[in-house]
Design a protein around this ligand. Structure first.
Ligand SMILES: Nc1ncnc2c1ncn2[C@@H]1O[C@H](COP(=O)(O)OP(=O)(O)O)[C@@H](O)[C@H]1O
Ligand SMILES: O=C(O)[C@H]1O[C@H](OP(=O)(O)O)[C@H](O)[C@@H](O)[C@@H]1O
Ligand SMILES: [Mg+2]
Length: 371
């Protein structure tokens, strides 16, 4: 991670006051997300429409410990496996899910939280005695933002534990802090996941370059989730590490590759037109935009990066006339049947026949409306 030389942040005052109130366990639940339109242009000053996916979530718990115990992280039995029955078992696990689980996200969240407070001269109470643990129902590395759900939930716990009120981190700025956690780990990531995981519900996002440069964040417009048609989530058990999928395109974009620049703008336009289609309830137009979004991604990334199984998922949905695109970087797709229930029946049949999981998408309410 390149770092810019800047003036050292003010050191935390040596004597930190004890936590004013009795420290109690804190749990934060953050939902997965579906990029409905415009992704991955969010990483390229584009536009997206994203929804908070109530079907899956990550949950982080901060459990205070007696003073002097310090900070520890509880590995997840499944996602942070350190026990294998054989070399073959280890090989299979690493091949499918990579070397890393979520503990590194918890650690990076702590580091970035501390840096954020230091940079703002925000003194934290002396409360550095806790265990951070997590669980997640989000299919692993399925392009449903499992990574940032864990990071976002960890930051929520830390803010609550140390008494950093929500208004101390302006809402539009909070996604940047979540994103910095994954950037800390070199994980390819754009802002859309974090914005929707902070706002919840359904949000139209404009990452216009001048706005981003001026304000450090984009323009985020919550939309009523009731605008959404019935949508389907289809996924396979094939983790795809986001880092692999984005690497080539980001470099080509940064080098000004005219084809990538033009296509990424066309992807962003899918979100802009999609917002009008949602508001007018034009599902045929919405379906066309979803298909166009995926086709543009495929032209930019190429089939090898997208992966045979992901391409087969999209082709299976389209075989019955449904619109289909990636929810994120690969591993799960979102489908829309503009012709209604009969088409949905056909979609379910072909997905089951191919061994894919399919379920109706439930959009979680805006965070402001959640208890
Ligand atoms: N289900 C999970 N459990 C533990 N760690 C996860 C999980 N999903 C993602 N991660 C962590 O986030 C990193 C990036 O995952 P990524 O491919 O971005 O997942 P996603 O597409 O769900 O965001 C992984 O290398 C891993 O460290
Ligand atoms: O490629 C995409 O659509 C998204 O990929 C990443 O999200 P992921 O959860 O890993 O699928 C990235 O973080 C997003 O910004 C992209 O839009
Ligand atoms: Mg990710």
């Amino acid at each position: 991670m390149g770092t810019r030389q800047t003036a050292p942040p003010p050191a935390m005052p040596a004597e930190r006051p004890p936590l004013a109130r009795k420290a109690v366990p804190v749990t934060s639940r953050v939902h997965a997300r579906v990029g409905l339109l415009g992704n991955p242009s969010d990483g390229f000053f584009g536009k997206t429409i994203s929804l908070s996916l109530e079907n899956f979530y990550a949950e982080v718990t901060l459990t205070p410990q007696p003073r002097g115990r310090g900070i520890s992280f509880k590995p997840h039995a499944v996602h942070d496996r350190c026990q294998f029955s054989s070399l073959e078992d280890l090989f299979d696990r690493v091949e499918s899910a990579g070397y890393y689980g979520g503990v590194r996200l918890l650690m990076a969240a702590c580091k970035r939280f501390y840096q954020h407070c230091q940079k703002r001269g925000r003194t934290l109470p002396a409360a550095d005695d806790f265990v951070l643990s997590y669980d997640t129902t989000i299919p692993r590395q399925a392009g449903l933002s499992g990574s940032s759900a864990i990071a976002c939930a960890a930051l929520n716990c830390l803010c609550s534990h140390y008494g950093v009120a929500a208004e101390e981190i302006a809402l539009p700025e909070r996604p940047n802090l979540v994103l910095s956690v994954e950037q800390e780990l070199g994980i390819t990531a754009g802002l859309q996941d974090r914005v929707i995981q902070v706002y919840g519900g359904l949000v139209y996002m404009d990452f216009d370059r001048s706005t981003m440069k001026r304000d450090g964040h984009g323009l985020y417009t919550p939309l009523p989730p009731a605008l959404l048609p019935r949508l389907w989530l289809i996924y396979a058990d094939n983790p795809s590490d986001s880092g692999r999928v984005h690497s080539d395109v980001k470099r080509r974009w940064a080098e000004g590759d005219p084809e990538v620049r033009e296509k990424m703008e066309l992807v962003a336009a899918c979100a802009e037109e999609g917002k009008e289609a949602l508001i007018s309830g034009d599902w045929v137009r919405l379906a066309q935009l979803m298909d166009r979004n995926f086709d543009l991604r495929r032209e930019m990334f190429g089939d090898a990066a997208l992966g045979e199984l992901n391409l087969r998922m999209v082709a299976t949905a389209r075989s019955v006339g449904a619109a289909a695109k990636f929810t994120g970087s690969g591993g799960a797709i979102v489908a829309l049947c503009p012709l209604g229930e009969q088409q949905e029946e056909l979609l379910r049949d072909v997905c089951v026949a191919e061994g894919f999981s399919i379920e109706e998408i439930k959009c979680a309410p805006p965070t402001s409306e959640q208890g």
